[in-house]
Design a protein around this ligand. Structure first.
Ligand SMILES: C[S@@+](CC[C@H](N)C(=O)[O-])C[C@H]1O[C@@H](n2cnc3c(N)ncnc32)[C@H](O)[C@@H]1O
Length: 205
């Protein structure tokens, strides 16, 4: 599937994330245990995030691997995950260095707080109404804020995900500058060669 395929939107299978939590970090790009993989994600995040300390909302934060990298770069992180088991692991990983909330990323339980960055990796594609969700998340950003969305289309026989072209079309009415960075060619990020569509979108509001 290519990024030109704007109509191929997969419906996510219902995944039991609590059941996935214990083994989630075994994947190289999840646990970031390999120093080379970890450094590759740290370098990308440094380029995508503001140069000054910022308030970052990591939605669907999973076990908190990206949240930890972001905290290590001097930012203040709030993580949200609907799975209690994932949130518990994130709390353990962050060890008090970030606030981890258990709740729905569709309507994060952050009350009236606003953020400089909405960071989401591998979550948006599986939500039932990405357009509506992006509109809500746009309202959580301060003026001058940005989206950092890392998504893709996985698999070849029965691909699932959201193509970059569709995501950028959804962001167009909500944001100003939208930049797509292709991640498929950087095998270090994934701990292996990949040939499906993987990308980050950095969109300023
Ligand atoms: C593929 S994992 C990605 C985790 C993390 N973003 C990362 O990149 O390591 C998807 C995560 O999103 C969470 N999730 C899925 N739907 C959610 C929702 N509606 N609200 C909050 N979290 C959700 C799952 O519990 C799981 O932890």
């Amino acid at each position: 599937m290519t990024s030109e395929n704007t109509h191929a939107v997969a419906v996510a299978p219902e995944t039991d994330w609590d059941a996935q939590a214990a083994a989630f970090d075994d994947e190289p790009d999840h646990g970031l245990r390999d120093p080379a993989v970890r450094a590759a994600w740290a370098d990308r995040l440094r380029a995508w995030l503001p140069g000054q300390p910022a308030d970052v909302l990591d939605l669907g934060c999973g076990t908190g691997s990206l949240s930890l990298l972001v905290v290590e770069q001097g930012h203040r992180v709030t993580g949200v995950d609907r799975s209690p088991a994932m949130a518990e692991r994130a709390r353990a990983k962050l060890a008090g260095r970030a606030e981890i909330l258990c709740g729905d990323a569709v309507a994060p339980p952050v009350e009236r707080r606003r953020f400089d960055v909405v960071l989401v990796r591998h979550v948006l594609w599986a939500l039932p109404d990405p357009a509506g969700v992006l509109r809500h998340w746009r309202g959580l950003l301060r003026p001058g804020g940005r989206f950092v969305l890392i998504e893709g289309v996985w698999g070849t026989l029965a691909p699932v995900g959201i193509p970059a072209a569709r995501l950028t079309a959804l962001l167009a009415p909500l944001t100003g500058d939208v930049r797509v960075e292709r991640l498929s060619d950087d095998s270090v990020l994934w701990g292996k060669d990949v040939d499906d569509e993987r990308y980050a979108v950095i969109a300023a509001v």
